[in-house]
Write a protein of this length. Structure first.
Length: 403
């Protein structure tokens, strides 16, 4: 693509990953109705991967998509394609190792086709970028923002490909890794959990039948999410440093230790793919809006994976930003004006606070190894299983069906 210097656009999206591409896709009706000009800047080469034959990988990373997120993708016209590689979560089983308390939840009791879905990230990216290729969007890929400075009615972005953009609204959806927040003086609050998530895909000896497991153990929570076939995505939380020995194990020894820690509820672990370790920290940006600027996704908040809410929270942020922008267009307000952005922030603040508090509280509740507290947790799990309306209400909120 030829680069046009000093090009003016209504919206510049920094980051063409899952969050940025979802935002650009969700803007499609506004692009069509109002003639919005949108640019997406992405550092990694992406579009070439959307035309190559799809090659499912045993080692592919995946994301849990709540039912509410599936509905949002359906509204964008993307869900039928997403669903081609999705594994449905039909039941959730939550338990604590060595305790009697168990909470079970099924899609049937909520009158839903599924509680959620697990989809390879690469497939979601492919579907999103195929959609963007159909839209009149300016792609700057591969390219990254070298400098970002306030300008009249927005920001001026100097790109590594030599181009310059002037945007009425700039959206940071780059995961917070680019350093642009630091350039702008936007600080973040970080709360380290002193934990590491060990992530891999595993193959089971029996069909998972759409069951997702959250198993709390003394060494940390173990989540198993259904994938296609008899594969499951493993998220095993370790105390900081304790993951190193397991990362170094051979596959057979690793599977034996996983079996010992998790138990036999899901069957026998027969195969494990490549293992990855990620330190866990709760990170929240101190500012998510400024005149001409909005912050989305992991750039705004990075959560512990124990509740599986990170991407779903980000996608609700996408929906709320598009709603605020549509309201601004109808009312003749600037897209980057503070009236528009305060509308966006007002839509987000309660949902964001509740999800962060819930995820953080869950980590801390099950991270304390106390006999009395363990009994209380077990009683809570039993009680939650008995109190159907409360359990279903919490589930509907986690599914993104109520806010």
């Amino acid at each position: 693509m030829s680069v046009e210097a000093d090009r003016e656009v209504d919206i510049a999206i920094v980051g063409g990953g899952l969050v940025g591409a979802s935002l650009a896709s969700a803007l499609a009706p506004l692009i069509e109705r109002h003639g919005l000009t949108v640019a997406v800047i992405e550092a990694a080469p992406i579009l070439d991967r959307t035309t190559a034959p799809w090659q499912p990988s045993f080692d592919a990373r995946s994301s849990a998509i709540a039912q509410g997120s599936a509905e949002r993708f359906r509204t964008m016209g993307l869900w039928s394609a997403m669903a081609e590689q999705a594994a449905a979560i039909l039941r959730i089983h939550v338990s604590e190792r060595g305790r009697l308390g168990v909470t079970r939840l099924t899609a049937a009791e909520l009158d839903q086709p599924a509680l959620g879905y697990v989809i390879p990230n690469a497939w979601m990216g492919r579907v999103l970028h195929r959609r963007l290729a159909e839209l009149p969007i300016d792609w700057h890929c591969p390219s990254h923002v070298e400098t970002i400075v306030p300008a009249a009615e927005g920001y001026r972005l100097a790109l590594s490909n030599g181009g310059t953009l002037r945007a009425g609204l700039t959206v940071l959806a780059d995961g917070g890794r680019s350093g642009l927040k630091e350039q702008l003086g936007i600080g973040s609050d970080s709360v380290p959990y002193d934990q590491v998530a060990l992530i891999a895909n595993v193959e089971m000896s029996q069909p998972h039948e759409g069951v997702a497991y959250e198993r709390f153990t003394r060494e940390g929570p173990i989540a198993l999410l259904p994938l296609r076939g008899q594969q499951m995505a493993l998220i095993w939380t370790h105390a900081l440093g304790r993951e190193q020995a397991r990362m170094a194990l051979g596959d057979g020894d690793f599977l034996a230790e996983l079996q010992r820690a998790f138990g036999d509820r899901a069957g026998r672990f027969r195969r494990v793919g490549s293992r990855h370790a990620y330190p866990l920290t709760l990170v929240t940006a101190r500012e998510t809006i400024r005149p001409g600027l909005a912050v989305l996704g992991n750039a705004a908040h990075s959560l512990h994976p124990v509740a599986g809410q990170g991407f779903n929270l980000a996608l609700r942020g996408v929906t709320d930003l598009v709603a605020a922008l549509e309201q601004a267009l109808v009312g003749g307000e600037p897209l980057g004006g503070m009236l528009t952005l305060r509308d966006f922030e007002a839509r987000r603040i309660v949902d964001r606070h509740q999800v962060i508090r819930f995820s953080d509280g869950l980590v801390r509740l099950f991270g304390v190894d106390s006999g009395l507290l363990a009994h209380a947790r077990a009683a809570g799990l039993v009680g939650l299983n008995l109190l159907g309306p409360l359990r279903r209400g919490l589930a509907r909120r986690a599914m993104g069906l109520e806010r």
